[in-house]
Design a protein around this ligand. Structure first.
Ligand code: PHE
Length: 329
C-alpha cells in the first residue's frame, strides 16, 4: 500500500487523483484484488487480514479526499488567475468619493432657482472687454473697474471677473422675458484667507416688460433663497453701488454663528454680507438693444456660502485637495 500513498502524495491534478481512486477502489483495483485473494488465506488469518485491509481502505480514502480538495482549490485559483478579474472579491482599497463642498453648495443654489423656472446658462471663461465690462456700464478707465482686479491677456482678452458677461451674451442671443442664472468659475487677482484667484459665482437675471419687475420682487426671491440656504435667519438689504444696477443693494443675513449677538466672524456686527443685487441699469439694456423692459440682477460667491455653511476658516484649504479635509463633508 505504501506505493499508493506515494502516488497520492505525488498526484498533481484532480484528474490524476481520479485515476488513483479507480486504481485503488475500482472493480479491478488493488483493494478488490486483495479482498479476492483473501479466500486463499488460511481460515484463522482471514479476520485479521480483513481488519487490516479495511483500515488501509479507510486511510487511503481519507488521504485521497484531502489531496483532492487541495488540488481542486489550486486548480480553481489557477483558473481565476487566467481569467483576470475575480468580481467576487472585495477590494480593500475602495473608497467612496463625495461631492466637493463648493459643488455641493452650487447644486443647492441651482436647485432653488431651477425650481422657480430660472434657466441655467453658461459662457466662456476667456472673455473680452465688451462682455465683461463695457456692456455692463463699466466704460474704460471707470474707477469701479478697480473693484475687480483683472487678469489680462496680451491680445485684449481677459479672464472673466464675474459671470455677468453670461447675462450679456444671453440677452444678445434671446429676447425677453428672461429668467436665468449663470453659475461658473471666475478669476481675480486676490489671494488671502477669504479670497482665491479662481472662485465660483452664481448670478441671476430676470427681464420682463417695463414696469413688471420691482425691487419688491427681488427682495421676495432673495429672502426665500437665503432661507433655503441658511434656514431661519434675518435678512437685511443695505444700499450699495454696482455699475450695472441702480438702485443697488448688498444683502446681509443675521450671523449664523452668534445669532446676531456679535462675534469674531461677523466682526462684532451681528451681520454677514452674502449677496449683491439691484435693478438693472438702463445703460445695460441699451448695450444689448433691449427697449421697454425692466429687470433685476443678483450675484453671489459660492465659496463664501460654502465657508459659512460648513464653517471653513481658510478658503484656500478648499482647493488643496487634501483628502483629510474633503472626507469631512
Ligand atoms: N457681478 C457682481 C460682482 O461680481 C455681483 C452682482 C451681480 C451685483 C448682479 C449686483 C447684481 O461683484
Amino acid at each position: 500500500m505504501t506505493e499508493w500513498i506515494e502516488k497520492i502524495e505525488k498526484a498533481d491534478s484532480p484528474a490524476s487523483i481520479e485515476e488513483i481512486r479507480v486504481g485503488i477502489f475500482g472493480k479491478k483495483g488493488v483493494l478488490a484484488k486483495a479482498f479476492a485473494e483473501m479466500k486463499n488465506a488460511a481460515n484463522e488469518d482471514k479476520a485479521k487480514i480483513a481488519k487490516e485491509l479495511n483500515e488501509q481502505k479507510a486511510k487511503l480514502n481519507t488521504l485521497l479526499n484531502e489531496k483532492k480538495i487541495i488540488l481542486e482549490t489550486a486548480a480553481l485559483q489557477e483558473a481565476m488567475k487566467a481569467e483576470g478579474i475575480d468580481v467576487s472579491l472585495f477590494s480593500p482599497t475602495s473608497e467612496r468619493g463625495a461631492t466637493h463642498p463648493v459643488m455641493d453648495t452650487m447644486d443647492r443654489v441651482i436647485e432653488y432657482f431651477s425650481n422657480l423656472n430660472f434657466s441655467v446658462e453658461t459662457g466662456p471663461m476667456v472673455e473680452d472687454d465688451f462682455h465683461n465690462f463695457e456692456a455692463l456700464n463699466l466704460p474704460k478707465y471707470h474707477p469701479a473697474r478697480d473693484m475687480q482686479d483683472t487678469f489680462y491677456f496680451k491680445d485684449e482678452k481677459l479672464l472673466r471677473t464675474h459671470t455677468s458677461p453670461v447675462q450679456i451674451r444671453t440677452m444678445l442671443n434671446t429676447q425677453p422675458p428672461i429668467r436665468m442664472i449663470a453659475p461658473g468659475s471666475v478669476f481675480r487677482r486676490d489671494f488671502d484667507i477669504t479670497h482665491t484667484p479662481m472662485f465660483h459665482q452664481i448670478e441671476g437675471l430676470l427681464v420682463d416688460e417695463k414696469g413688471k419687475v420691482s425691487f419688491a420682487n427681488l427682495k421676495f426671491i432673495l429672502e426665500g433663497f437665503l432661507h433655503h440656504m441658511f434656514g431661519d435667519v434675518e435678512v437685511r438689504f443695505r444700499p450699495s453701488f454696482f455699475p450695472f444696477t441702480e438702485p443697488s443693494a448688498e444683502v446681509d443675513i443675521s450671523c449664523i454663528f452668534c445669532e446676531g449677538k456679535g462675534c469674531r466672524i461677523c466682526s462684532k456686527t451681528g451681520w454677514l454680507e452674502v449677496l449683491g443685487c439691484g435693478i438693472v441699469d438702463p445703460n445695460v439694456f441699451d448695450a444689448v438693444g433691449y427697449k421697454n423692459v425692466s429687470g433685476y440682477a443678483f450675484g453671489l460667491g459660492i465659496e463664501r456660502f460654502a465657508m459659512l455653511i460648513h464653517q471653513i476658516p481658510d478658503l484656500r484649504s478648499l482647493f488643496e485637495g487634501d483628502m483629510r479635509l474633503l472626507e469631512q463633508f
